[in-house]
Design a protein around this ligand. Sequence first.
Ligand code: AMP
Ligand code: GLY
Length: 419
Amino acid sequence: MKVLVVGSGAREHAIAEAFQKSSKIDKVIISPGNDGIALEFETISLPEFVQIRDFVNANKIDFVFIGPEQPLAEGLTDYLQKHKIRVVGPSQKAARIESSKAFAKEIMQKSNVPTASYRSFTKHDEALKYLQNCSYPQVIKADGLAAGKGVIIVNNLEDAKDAIKEMMLDEVFGNAGNQVVIEEFMVGWETSIFAFTDGENFVSTIFSQDHKAIYDGDKGPNTGGMGAYAPIDKAVSYKEFVDQKVFTPVLKAMRDENSIFRGVLYAGLMITKDGPKVVEFNCRFGDPETQVVLPLLKTDFADVCLAILDNKIEELKLEWKDAYAVNVVAASEGYPGKYRKGDTIKISSDFESNTGAKVYYSGVKKDGASLVTSGGRVCSVTTHADNLVDTITKTYTYFSKIDFTGKTYRSDIGQKGLL
Ligand code: AMP
Ligand code: GLY
C-alpha cells in the first residue's frame, strides 16, 4: 500500500517511520515534510486541498494520514472523503474538540468527563465582570487554535484583565480569541495518552509526558514541547479510569452530537488529588509525544490505521516494546520568542541510527550540501532502552552528537519519571 502523510514536523517524521516499518506499506510520501525528512523519504509540496486530491488519485495512494490540527480544523478530511479518498483523521466537526475549547468544555460537561470547572465568554465586559469576583489563580484560554500559545495562567485580577484585553480586544491570537474560556486552576502533574478510535470503539496507548516549558525544572515560557518520555509508570494505575471516564463518554458524546470522532484522540491530563482531570483534548497525535510512543509500538501501525478506516478497532490489540523511550528536542536560540535561523547543523559521523537512536527533523532546510536551522524546534533525538535511567543517558549521548550555533535544549527530560 501507499500512504501520504500530511504535515511538516518531527511528529510526521515519526509517523512516516512507523509506516516504513510496516510490512503492508510499500511507499510513504510526506507533504510537505521538510528537507530533513527528505533525506529519508519522498516529500512533495501540496499546499491546496485540490492538489492533495489530484496527487492521491494520480499516484494511487491508498490512504492519507493527517498529522497536524490545522488541516483537520480546515476540513481536509471531509474534502478528501467527499472525493472518495480514505483518510485517517477526524472531520472538521469532530476536530472542534481541539479547535474550539468552548466546544470541548461543553462536551466534557455533557458527558461528565472530569475537568476543571469553567465559564466561557464572547463579550469582553462580561468576562471582566466575572474575573472581578474570582479567586486566583485562574486559567484563561483563547477558544480557537493558537499554536499552543493561547493559554495564560493569571495570578491576580490585573494580569487577568491584561490577558482578556490581549485576547478579546487586541486580538493577538486573531479570531481564536473572540471567545475565551476561563477555568479553575488545577494542581497536579501532567501526562497524556492517545486513543485510536473508529468513532465507536477505541484502544488507548501507553501514557507519555511532554515538557512544555523552555527551561529545566519547567521554568520559563511554554513551547511546542521540548522533549518527552514514555511510558509513565506512575500513570499506569489510571488507565482504566481514563478509558472508562474520559474516552468512553467523550466518544459517545461526540456520536450523540453527530460529530463522530475517527482518528487519534489525544487527552492531556492533570493528575490531581481527586484523580485525573482533562486539561485538553487534541484531535491528533501530540508532538513530541508521538516521537516516544510510536517507536515503542510493536503492533504494525498500518494495522492500526486500517482498523480505524474499516471500523474494526474492536478487533485491534496493541502490543508494546518492553522498554522506555526518551526524546530530547534541539531548539534555536531565542525560541519560543524570536529565534536565530540559518545555522549549519552538524551531526557527528558516529551517530549510528542502527543502534536505535533516531533523529526527527522539524525546523530545518537545505543550504547547499548541509541542513541549516529554519524553525524554533529544529530536530530531536529518540532512543529506547530497558530502563528509564539508561534511556535518558543514551538519548543525551546521541543528542550531544548533534550541534549547531545556539542549540538550546533541556537537560532534565525524563527526570520526573525517576522521582
Ligand atoms: P493547553 O493548551 O490547554 O494544554 O494548556 C497548556 C498548558 O497550560 C497545559 O499543559 C497546562 O500545563 C496548563 N494548563 C491549562 N489548563 C490548566 C488548568 N486548568 N489548570 C492548570 N494548568 C493548566
Ligand atoms: N504536546 C502537546 C501537543 O501536541 O499539543
